[in-house]
Design a protein around this ligand. Structure first.
Ligand code: PEP
Ligand code: MN
Length: 256
């Protein structure tokens, strides 16, 4: 087995050092970074309610080239500034090896998105890094394929891998994806790696985020990642699956 079951993945925030599998992590923030104000406002709010890691996409993998593609380099600069301002640890997606250096400089966790789960060159490259990698399950990936992808990272020497269940495509027509909560204990048993559940992409439906977050912790997830936006109805991406501030507060009250 390529995974180091005893490895502690640690993430520093301004007021606490988080240890995966010991501390539950709550990753929250907008799908995409849209402006400094949007990100700062969201970060301050989610932090005040107990989120410990800020998410925000700068490079966005969108289905259509006509959709908002992210602020890219400018988005990274905003993430860097908001991280400094709030002291939060941050996570953002790496889509292309050519962006690794500048993204590495800003982010605490490197996210590999669903669409790149089997981008083996990208996996090999992040496997050479010393920062934690969050590997999202592929859109239609089996658990075996997902573990295989994690092995591509581990084999290069980086065992700091966080697995993220974000739903898979099925025949279900009421949700964007089908959130596979059974994958959580399976991954934990097979790999020993921490598992984070993303009910936002996992369902694509706002009212399902709270019940599925509760479900995630009930089955032993090490954390959740939820999309939060000051005005979901005006979000440039994934508004229908983003919580507004009062909905996030309600979720956090329940979780606590
Ligand atoms: C994301 O979390 O920003 C994202 C694009 O999700 P996924 O890769 O799971 O579709
Ligand atoms: Mn999204």
């Amino acid at each position: 087995n390529l995974f180091d079951r005893n490895l502690k993945i640690e993430i520093n925030t301004d007021n606490k050092r988080l240890t995966l599998k010991e501390d539950k992590i709550i990753i929250a923030g907008p799908c995409a970074i849209e402006s400094y104000d949007q990100l700062l406002k969201t970060a301050e709010f989610v932090k005040s309610k107990g989120a410990n890691i800020l998410r925000g996409g700068a490079y966005k993998p969108r289905t259509s080239p006509n959709s908002f593609q992210g602020l890219k380099d400018e988005g990274l600069e905003i993430l860097k500034a908001v991280k400094k301002e709030t002291g939060m640890a941050v996570i953002t997606e790496l889509m292309d090896i050519r962006e690794l250096d500048k993204l590495y400089e800003v982010t605490d966790i490197i996210q590999i998105g669903s669409r790149n789960m089997q981008n083996f060159n990208l996996l090999t490259e992040v496997g050479k890094q010393d920062k934690p990698i969050m590997l999202k399950r592929g859109l239609s990936a089996t658990i075996g394929e997902w573990i295989g992808a994690a092995e591509y990272i581990a084999v290069e020497g980086n065992s700091k891998i966080i697995m993220c269940e974000r739903g898979i495509r099925t025949y279900n027509d009421y949700t964007r994806n089908t959130l596979d909560l059974a994958a959580v204990p399976i991954i934990q048993k097979e790999t020993g790696l921490p598992v984070v559940v993303d009910p936002s992409h996992g369902t694509g439906v706002r009212y399902l985020i709270k019940p599925m977050s509760i479900g995630a912790f009930a089955v032993g997830a090490d954390g959740i990642m939820v999309e939060v936006h000051p005005e979901p109805e005006n979000a440039l991406s994934d508004g229908m699956q983003s919580l507004n501030f009062s909905e996030f507060e309600d979720l956090m009250n329940y979780i606590k």
